[in-house]
Ligand binder design. Structure first.
Ligand code: CUA
Length: 153
């Protein structure tokens, strides 16, 4: 009877929590999807690289769907779609609250090799934010750090 009770409790908790387990990447309701800025994140032992999608708004019709720049331009209030890929092992993509590399995290996402790992975040305040690995990925894991700068509007 204890086994049935515990199994029932687990099923009950699973049902309660199901709404927080979306089967697809959570996408916030954005009135104008063109306003989302896409940043491609590459994770590897032991580095982060960030590249921002460049919109072809010069009237140049030649297809450049994969046009990315290492120059990141994000303003406070912008919603960013981070698309993270790993070159090797699991990493944890975390953005911390400030340039202090020991500050508290704002978001965290596993970066699983072979997948586009997607998270959306809207930066409210300008400043320098630390990017830090939150999944043990080898001896240099504690120093797998980077930064992203959010400009004042
Ligand atoms: Cu990458 Cu820890």
């Amino acid at each position: 009877y204890w086994g049935i009770f515990v199994a029932g409790l687990l099923i009950y908790m699973w049902l309660l929590g199901y709404q927080w387990m979306p089967p697809v990447a959570f996408q916030p309701a954005i009135e104008n999807p063109d306003e989302i800025k896409t940043i491609k994140v590459t994770a590897g032992q032991w580095f982060w690289t960030l590249e921002q999608e460049v919109r072809a708004d010069t009237g140049n019709n030649q297809s450049n769907n994969n046009n990315y720049s290492s120059q990141i331009t994000v303003n406070a209030g912008d919603t960013v779609k981070f698309v993270a890929r790993s070159q090797d092992v699991n990493h944890g993509f975390a953005i911390l609250s400030s340039s202090n590399s020991m500050d508290s995290p704002l978001i965290q996402m596993q970066v699983v090799p072979g997948y586009d790992n997607i998270v959306y975040y809207t930066f409210d305040k300008p400043g320098i934010y630390t990017i830090r690995c939150f999944e043990y990925c080898g001896w240099n894991h504690p120093y797998m750090l980077s930064q992203i700068t959010i400009e004042a509007v």
